[in-house]
Design a protein around this ligand. Structure first.
Ligand SMILES: Nc1ncnc2c1ncn2[C@@H]1O[C@H](COP(=O)(O)OP(=O)(O)OP(=O)(O)O)[C@@H](O)[C@H]1O
Length: 274
């Protein structure tokens, strides 16, 4: 359903994403990992058409995503909702209105200017907030919520678009472990219950192992690992992060899972070796 072929992005002489290719046959939860600068954000931004690719092909359900323009490009951006590390909510606006802004792509400018939302959309926004366990915060300003609650509002806003894919760029990087866990569980449930594909850039290996069906490891713009969490051995983790000082820092950041899983144990052993 998703085909990525030789997708490349250069910024001047710098190759941010270098001939990335992979195929996804059915909706799943995919974690993209790699050190800072590996090209993870650029990849997601190309997928969502926030950034134009330099070359390559990206097709979703037969649709040539990179060739879309105008209205069809905006439709794709609706199908492919993005959430960000910093939530990108309107801080002073109430939670329900923030969620309703997920429908902006299909509303008139006039309706938007006067904050006129159809009753059905308001009900749907509240239902989605309920599902994410934060309906009680609906009337509050977004800025009054904790980081984890704000990220769930951002997820609710994305769900208002009824997307086929949710792209999450470091969704838990600003959160404490408890909030991070709640947000990752919400994304996992959205995948399992709705059958939506989720692709999340993650900076901790254990999060990718714990929540994802498939892990893609990027290094210097290239895919150097593509497999199941079980296949993500210490050797593979070293390839992804490099065997330098960065490796232990990035690979053993167990922000959520304090429990010593076999995977975490393997990483700690690797850290001892490096
Ligand atoms: N707008 C831009 N202009 C120039 N170079 C850029 C731009 N965006 C990204 N890059 C470069 O592309 C490379 C990949 O960056 P990218 O942000 O995709 O990496 P990342 O893996 O998401 O890293 P991080 O986890 O730090 O966000 C880096 O070398 C970065 O400096």
């Amino acid at each position: 359903m998703l085909v990525v072929e030789d997708l490349t992005k250069t910024f001047g002489a710098n190759i941010a994403v270098d001939a990335v290719s992979f195929t996804v046959e059915k909706p799943m939860m995919i974690g993209v990992i790699g050190r800072s600068g590996a090209g993870k954000s650029t990849f997601l931004r190309m997928m969502n058409r926030l950034t134009d690719a330099t070359s390559g092909r990206l097709a979703f359900e037969g649709r040539d995503v990179l060739g879309l323009t105008g209205r069809s490009r905006r439709d794709w951006q609706s199908d492919c909702a993005m959430i960000f590390q910093q939530f990108n909510l309107v801080p002073r606006m109430d939670v329900v209105s923030n969620v309703l802004h997920g429908t902006l792509g299909r509303r008139s400018t006039l309706a938007t200017m006067f904050n006129l939302f159809p009753r059905d959309d308001i009900h749907r926004a509240i239902d989605i907030l309920e599902r994410l366990g934060i309906a009680g915060h609906g009337p509050k300003r977004a800025e009054a919520l904790s980081g984890g609650q704000q990220q769930r509002v951002a997820i609710a806003r994305a769900l208002m678009q009824d997307p086929k894919i949710i792209l999450a760029d470091e969704p838990i990087a600003s959160l404490d472990p408890m909030n991070a866990q709640t947000v990752m569980e919400a994304l996992r449930r959205i995948h399992e219950e709705d059958g939506r594909m989720v692709i999340a850039n993650l900076h901790t290996l254990d999060t990718a192992r714990r929540y994802c069906d498939r892990v893609i490891g990027m290094r210097d713009g290239r895919i150097v690992f593509d497999g199941t969490p079980d296949q993500l051995t210490t050797g593979a983790a070293r390839d992804i992060y490099g065997a330098g000082a960065d490796f232990s820092e990035a690979a053993t950041s167990t922000s959520i899972d304090a429990i010593e899983t076999p995977a975490a144990r393997a990483l700690h052993e690797a850290e001892a070796i490096v």
